[in-house]
Structures are given as C-alpha cells and as structure tokens.
Design a protein around this ligand. Structure first.
Ligand code: NAG
Ligand code: NAG
Ligand code: NAG
Length: 940
C-alpha cells in the first residue's frame, strides 16, 4: 500500500504523520485500517482526500513532518494543546492553499514562523500563540486578506510590526481581521502610523492587544480612525509622548489599557466614550492635572485605575454612584479636600483605594460594605486616628462567587469529581483565561451569563457536555482573569477521544459567540488521561525537558546554598556570646501612631532601622532572599556574626500599628524546638519588620526537589515528619491561644543544619479566641493542593484543616511530587496505584526514587495508612496532631529509630542534584511567600 501512486500519496503522508507522532490517539491508527473511513481518529476525508486533521489535546509528541504539505485539500488543521509536539514549522505548510484554520495553540513549536503561511489566502483563523516561535512577524501575513483572527501572543517574536510599503505587504492590509493579539512577545520599534486605517472601521469588533512588548515612540493618532475598536491593550510597553486627542472618537471602546508606559502630556480626555467599562491608565507620567470631568459622566465604568498619574483636586461624589462601579484605584496621587461618598454608592463597589493622597476629611453617610482605604492621607496621619479606613484591609477582596453544589459530601473515588448535577465523572479540566475582561469583580450575573453562553453553545453544537463548574477565579499580574473550568461529560462518566477533541477544537477555534463581557479568551486544557480505550488511566509521565531545566536550576542553587552554608560555618567558629535581649525593647515603639500602647512581648528584641540597614548592606538586592505579597525578605548578619532573616513590609502595605502589635504578640509567645520563633522586630521610621533566625538548609521542598543537594533518605524523612508534626501539635495544643497554621506545606517547613524540621510562616494563621475555641469562620485562604476540601466548602477553619494539609505533606515526603502536578492530584494518584495486597502497597511507580531501596523502606505502609487518614474527606474522621505524633513515634520505634534522639551529624550533601530525577523545581529558592521566616530560639 505504500506506493507513491494516486491517492496512496495520502497513505504515505498519513503514515509519515503516524511515524512522527507517538501519541495515544495515533496508536489507534492501525496499519491497513481504513484511513478515511473513521478508523483513524481525527482524520476526516472528502472524496478520499483528507480535508480535516483535528487532534486537539491528544498528547501527541514529536514534530510536524514536512509531509504535511502533501495534504493539499486540507481545510482544517488543528493540533492545538499538544504540548510535547514541537520543533520547527516547515515551509511546506504554505502548500495547504485550501486551509481556513491553522491552529497550533499551546504546542512546543519553535524557530521562525515560515513566511509561506502568507500564501494561505483562505485562512480565517491563525493561532500560533503559546509556543516558542522566535524571529519577526512575516510581512507576508499582509496577504491573508480573509483573516478574521490572528493570535501570535505568548511567543518570543522580535523585530517591529511589518507594514506595507507599496512593494512588500504588511499587517495594515488585514482589513478583515478583527482580532490582533501580539502580547507577551519581544516586539519593539514604533507602532507604525500606517498600521491603522479608517477602512478597518467597516467591520464591527476590533481587538488590539499589544501589551507586554517593548514598543517605543508615541501612540499614532491614526488609532483614532479605527472607530470600530472595542478593546485596546497597549499597556506594559515603553510608549511615550501624548495620548492622541482623537482617542475620544473611539466611542465603542469598552476596555482601554494604557498603563505602565511613559506617556506624558495631559491626562487623556475620555469624554463621550460611554461604552467604557474598564479603564487602566495607571503608572504614566501625565502632566499634573485636576480630576477630569469624565470621572463622573462615564456611566458604564466598572473599573477605574489611575494609580500614580499625577491627579489632584477633590473627587466628585457622582463617581461613586456610577451604577456598575466595582473598583477604583487612585493610589499615589494628590487628591485632596473632602472625600464625599454619596449614601447610595454603586451596589457592586468592592474597593476604593486612595492610599497615599492628600485627603483631609471624609463625610461618611453610612456604613459602606466596600473596602475604603485612606492609609497615608492627611486624615489618617492625625494622631489618634483609629478609623477602619486608616488600615489596610486584612482580606484582599477576591473574585468570590464559586459554585457550590448541593450534593451530599460523598467521595467520588480517584480522579472522579462531583458534577453540579451530582454525578461522579472524569471532567475535562482547563484554565480559562480572559485577556481583557470588562469587569474587575465577579458578580453572580457575570458568572451566570458566562455559564449560559458556554452551555447553550455546547448544547447547540451537540457537544457531549452535561454541565460545568467554574472555580478558583483569580487575576494574574497582567490583569487577565483566570478560572479553572471543569466540563463534565453527558451520558457516560468519561469523555471519548472525539468528545475531547471536538470540545478542545471549539475553544481553540474561538467558536463561542462573544458577548460584551467575554470577547477574548484562551483556553488551556490539562491532558485528559481517562479515555476508555487508553488503558493507562492515570499514567503520568514526567517530561524530559522539565527534568533538564530542573537540574540546571538545581545546580546553580546548590552553589548558592553551599556559599551560605560556608558562611554559616565560618561564623560558628568565632561565635561570641548569645545576644543579650535589649533591656528596653520598646523604646522605639512609635508612640504617636495608632498602635494602642506598648506591646506585651516575651523576649523579642527591638532593632533600630539603622541596625538592620547596616546588616543587610542597605537592603541590597544581593541580600534579598525572598519576596512575597507582604514585602521582601533579606538575609542579614548582625555584628556578632549571627545570621538573621528579615521580613520587611513593603511601604504602603504596612498594616496598622495595632495589627502589627497583635501579630508580634502572637509570634513572640510561640516557643518550640520545631517551630520557627521570632528574634525581634523593627518598628522605626515608618518601617515594619520581623526578624527571625536564618535557617541554613532552606525549605523541605528545596530538599525534596533536589535543589538543596541534601539527600533525604527514608530515615531522615521519618525524623522530619516527626519534627514537623510535633511543631504543629504544639501550635494546636500548647500554644496560648491555640493557633491554626492554615498554610502547612513543604515550603513552610524549614530544615536547620541538623535537619531538624521547623514549622514556619504564620502569614495566614488564626488564633482561636476564647469564645470560639473549636473553629473560626473565615474567608478561604491557603495553598491549592494542600487545602482541606471541607474548609473550602464550609469556610469553617478547624485544626483538622491543618491535619489535611499535613497528610498531603506526608504524601509529598514519600513521592517528592508537588500536590498538584500537571493537573494530577497527589492524593488521588496514590490511592489509584495503591494495592494493599502487594509489597509496599504497590507504590513503586509514585515513590521518590531517591528515598532508598525497596528493602529499606520498613514502616512505609504504616506511614501511608496514616497519611491517608489525614486526608479523609470529613474532618472528624481525621486524627488529631497528637495522635499523629504518637503514630509516627510508633513507626519510628518499629523501624528501629529512637524518636527522642536528634540526628547527630550535620546534613551531608548528596552531590550534585542532577543525579536525581525530580519532577518539579520551578519555585524560587526561598519561597517564604508573604509570611514570616526563620526563627531564633529565645534564650531562656
Ligand atoms: C459600535 O457598536 C454598535 C453596536 O454594537 C454598532 O452597531 C456600530 O456599528 C459600532 N460602530 C462602529 C463604528 O463600528
Ligand atoms: C486641592 O488641590 C488643588 C490643586 O491640585 C488646589 O487648587 C486646591 O486648592 C486644593 N484644595 C484644598 C482644599 O487643599
Ligand atoms: C450569589 O450566589 C450565591 C450562591 O447562589 C449566593 O449565596 C449569593 O448570595 C449571591 N450573591 C449575590 C450578591 O446575589
């Protein structure tokens, strides 16, 4: 059959594809079976010629051979979401003259984009986003006169935007194109004035997304000609000069982002842009000006971000009555006078942030439900100011509505998830990303309208989707709105290949009807491992590229760590006496502030700003060892040689003195060998810093991932587990008041020079107060993967939530896998491969290979039993920390270790980390995110 005659050419070309791709879908392509008759998944023929290759999300690997050029009748080519499919894109792709859809979203293609794509004159959709393409945008794209959608974002393209010059084509010729997505590349140069033409306005709906490149020069005034524009994102470039005054011709624009450039001149006049929902002009160098009049006239605004734009004068009261207003960020301006908020502000208002302005008075007409922040204004500088608005809110408001179903809480079994219709099924999961949403808060209405939009599409297109859940809404640094989307199959509890591929195609092909809120999205699915025919359900292979990157990073981090350890050893030699606590620790407590009196601290030392400045080399970049939402973390060396870690609150994120004091009092009461304690603090010159002992061996995660170069064998892991459990038990049972940690994870367990585990980072901790000693109801916080599902559902935080997280840590300790890796959840994974009738419960596949030889893993089964009890669905079925400590002590005795003897030697380093195969290592060296740090045991 492999002859080069007639239609068999197709046979040969398909065979070439089959040989090039090793994915599971392709393995169902059987030699000798009917290629066009439906036997080859993803191939559709018309008159015995292949017209469609759609293999979206099919885990293809390998490259795309030049043979692809043989399929000259091809109309659809969609290989999106095959992350291990890559290499260069061949010039022969330009032979597919009938192609209307070329979709390679989120694959691994690299090299330059072949200019032959410009030959594909019928192309309507061209999506090459989220690959590794380099080089320039081919000018030949200008010949794609039927193109509707052009997405090149999230690559490494460089050079400038090609425009036509009478000889060469250019992007300005794409008058039919309604979506230009060029963001997240390395593009540079000016935005050419000839790029924009009024003829573009003939068509409704334009989206220009150019953010996060390096464009320079000014915004051309021709932009004002494209009156059909609806979304403009020019933010995060290096644009300068004035914003063209004809910008207010763009009467259909609803999202306007120009933030983070170097724009100058007058603040743009947006009068008349009555469709505007989302305005972000923050961080530019506009001329000083008074509040523009459009602040009170744009009736569709949901979001106004003009942080740091040189605005002065009083805010008009009308601003707050705009009916859908959700978020106002006017930090770092010169707004003065009286803040006047009407008694009927927008019901959707969530936050008004006026930090660092000159507001001197506030007329409060009633209790408002939104967060008003006036920190660093005149009104809050007066001594004795205790109003709520003079403190930063402790809970950053989030996008809250999450879908809760009314199903009874019965576990569904490994990898199965409860659908909103109470069916257990294997969902198709992915990240749903909106690149320019029109709102900043997620209301029930927006949520419902999105669900309706998607479900009615699935229904009309007869896609096998029964229901969906939208979870974990968040915003990232680029102001994208992200959701986790779970789609549940209809009929069977599992999707088949055709189902997954057609759903993925619908997303990648931008098939959903847009509405005003959701006009530009990307969907990035996780691999779907549950096909009925694959027989490898749950098989999770580690990617080779990740491993290589991991060991390179690991190697360089090891060097840093060795230097740190060296410094530590040096200082041990000449170590003088222990420090003497300052006899007047509160002399520097700032009495003028709203701190509510001198704090009651046990043994914590007060540092001056000057002392800490000196010992961190003026908080230099080289002494910085971490960063979090709270601020940066620095390493310092005190004059006596003692190493310390300093958590310095970012200016502007410093909390009120009262809260700082409360936190300090809580921390200073915590003293336990397995808990990181406090050395001291600094509350001087407007700074808020917490000082901890520097813990030399970093986080447990560093060691499990191979980054620290410390080899953890089974015995060491047992001792670490016991130490961490004892620390946590102390917080639960012996601390006064008892403390729920709320963020137990391997990043928050530190190892000292003898590998003694120390629980760190109380950034999210909750003390249990006298009236309520069993649980507190609180906004759900923590880290995905470690979070107790019961807490997530009920928002009731109990000690058993920490127990759940601890169970996940135990599983991580034996597998060295992140709790959620490539969308796979460690708890389910362990349960899935576990077979209690076999030796070591049949866990070989998931065990960390460097934990030791199989015959050295005595007690492992007991350990696994215990960890699975910790991650029981219902809190009341989980053991207490006290019981866990007992049980680990039993295991250690069983193994022949004495639980009460400390490791005697210093940690030995296991050589270079490339000896190990570690599946993850993307995090920073010191992931002390947002919380506190290492300890100092206070001399008794
Ligand atoms: C602006 O939007 C309206 C309504 O969607 C549409 O009818 C009109 O054509 C658009 N204006 C331009 C100039 O495209
Ligand atoms: C507020 O600032 C403006 C200039 O930005 C000034 O003209 C005005 O007098 C100030 N008002 C008050 C009450 O200080
Ligand atoms: C949004 O929906 C949730 C769940 O249905 C409900 O509890 C909540 O009160 C609703 N919020 C608003 C503002 O209507």
């Amino acid at each position: 059959m492999l002859s080069y005659v007639g239609e068999d050419v197709i046979g040969v070309a398909l065979q070439a594809l089959k040989d090039a791709w090793q994915g599971k879908a392709v393995s169902s392509w059987k030699d000798g079976s009917d290629q066009c008759g439906g036997d080859w998944v993803g191939i559709i023929c018309t008159n015995s010629r292949v017209t469609s290759i759609v293999l979206s999300s099919m885990e293809l690997t390998g490259g795309l051979p030049g043979d692809i050029g043989q399929f000259t009748e091809l109309v659809y080519l969609d290989l999106s979401y095959n992350q291990d499919l890559g290499g260069p894109l061949h010039y022969t792709i330009g032979n597919l003259l009938k192609l209307t859809t070329l979709n390679l979203v989120k694959c691994g293609f690299s090299g330059s984009i072949p200019s032959s794509i410009g030959n594909l004159g019928r192309l309507k959709l061209l999506s090459l986003n989220a690959n590794g393409f380099t080089g320039p945008i081919p000018a030949s794209f200008g010949k794609l006169k039927n193109l509707y959608w052009l997405d090149l974002s999230d690559n490494q393209l460089n050079g400038s935007l090609p425009v036509s010059d009478g000889i060469n084509p250019g992007l300005d010729m794409l008058t039919q194109t309604k979506h230009f997505h060029f963001g997240d590349n390395h593009l540079s140069g000016n935005i050419p004035p000839t790029l924009f033409k009024s003829s573009m306005s003939l068509y409704h709906l334009y989206v220009f997304i150019y953010w996060n490149n390096s464009f320079t020069g000014s915004i051309p005034s021709t932009l004002g000609l494209v009156q059909s524009l609806e979304t403009v994102r020019l933010d995060r470039n290096s644009l300068s000069g004035n914003v063209p005054s004809n910008i207010n011709n763009l009467t259909n624009v609803s999202e306007l982002y120009m933030s983070n450039n170097r724009l100058t001149g007058p603040v743009p006049d947006l009068t008349g842009l009555n469709e505007l929902n989302y305005v972000d002009l923050s961080n530019n160098n506009f001329d000083e000006s008074n509040i523009p009049s459009w602040f009170s006239t744009l009736q569709s605004l949901t979001t106004l971000n003009m942080k740091s734009t040189n605005l002065g004068g009083e805010l008009p009261a009308e601003l707050f009555s705009i009916p859908q207003l959700q978020n106002v960020d006017l930090r770092d301006n010169r707004i003065n006078g009286t803040l006047n908020i009407s008694s009927n502000p927008s019901p959707q208002l969530e936050r008004v942030d006026l930090q660092n302005n000159l507001v001197s008075d506030f007329v409060q007409r009633r209790q408002y439900t939104f967060d008003l922040i006036l920190v660093d204004n005149m009104i809050c500088r007066e001594s004795g100011a205790t109003d709520k608005f003079c403190y930063l809110p402790t809970n950053v408001s989030t996008l809250h509505p999450i879908q809760l179903n009314n199903c009874t809480l019965t576990p569904c079994g490994p990898d199965l998830v409860m659908s909103p219709n109470c069916q257990c099924a294997y969902p198709f999961i992915g990240l749903f990303i909106f690149k320019a949403p029109s709102f900043s808060s997620l209301t029930n209405q927006t949520y419902d309208s999105l669900r309706e939009l998607l479900m009615s599409y699935f229904h009309n297109a007869t896609l096998p989707v029964d229901s969906m859940s939208l979870l974990e809404a968040s915003r990232n640094l680029e102001d994208y709105l992200l959701f986790k989307l779970e789609l549940f199959p209809s009929g069977e509890p599992v999707f088949n290949r055709t189902g997954i591929s057609s759903i993925a195609f619908a997303f990648s092909n931008q098939s959903f009807p847009s509405n005003d809120d959701f006009n530009t999205y990307t969907f990035i699915p996780e691999n779907y491992n549950f096909f009925p025919d694959s027989g490898t359900r749950g098989n999770n292979k580690a990617s080779n590229t990740k491993l290589i990157i991991g060991s390179v990073v690991g190697g360089s981090v090891l060097v840093v760590l060795l230097v740190l350890v060296g410094m530590y050893v040096l200082r041990l030699k000449g170590r003088p006496e222990k420090f003497v606590p300052d006899s007047q620790p509160f002399a520097l407590w700032d009495p003028t502030s709203e701190s509510g009196g001198i704090p009651q601290l046990k043994g914590a030392r007060s540092f001056t700003f000057e002392e800490l400045r000196k010992c961190t080399d003026n908080f230099s970049a080289t002494s910085q060892i971490g960063a979090g939402g709270y601020g940066n973390v620095y390493k310092g060396i005190l004059p006596d040689g003692e190493l310390i870690a300093i958590k310095r609150a970012r200016k502007g994120s410093t909390q009120g003195g009262l809260e700082f004091k409360t936190e300090l009092e809580l921390l200073s009461r915590v003293h336990h060998k397995n808990v990181v304690g406090l050395v001291g603090f600094c509350f001087d010159q407007g700074e808020q810093m917490l000082v901890y002992e520097f813990i030399v061996n970093g986080t447990l995660k560093d060691s499990l991932s191979g980054r620290s170069g410390i080899r953890l064998d089974w015995m060491r892991r047992l001792k670490i587990t016991l130490g961490a459990a004892r620390g946590l038990q102390y917080l639960h049972d012996l601390a006064d008041p008892p403390i729920i940690h709320r963020d137990i994870k391997t990043n928050n367990i530190l190892l000292d020079q003898r590998l003694v585990a120390k629980v760190a980072d109380f950034g999210l901790s909750k003390p249990l107060s006298g009236t309520n000693r069993t649980h507190v109801t609180t906004q759900v916080k923590g880290t995905m993967g470690y979070m107790d599902p019961e807490y997530y559902m009920t928002q009731q935080l109990t000690e058993k939530s920490d127990v759940y997280s601890f169970g996940v840590v135990m599983l991580e300790l034996i597998t060295a896998r992140s709790p959620i890796e490539k969308g796979r959840y460690i708890v389910r994974q362990v349960k899935e491969v576990m077979d209690k009738n076999k030796e070591l419960y049949n866990l070989y596949e998931v065990l960390d290979p460097i934990i030791g030889l199989n015959n050295q893993l005595k007690g492992l089964e007991m350990f696994v039993d215990l960890s699975l009890r910790c991650v029981e669905e219902m809190g009341n079925q989980r053991p207490t920390m006290r019981e866990i400590v007992k049980e680990i002590e039993n295991i250690m005795t069983f193994v022949g270790l004495n639980p009460d003897i400390e490791p005697s030697t210093s940690a030995s380093h296991g050589g270079t980390s490339k000896d190990y195969s570690h599946p993850y290592s993307n995090d920073s060296l010191f992931a002390y995110s947002g919380g506190i740090l290492p300890p100092k045991l206070i001399p008794k």
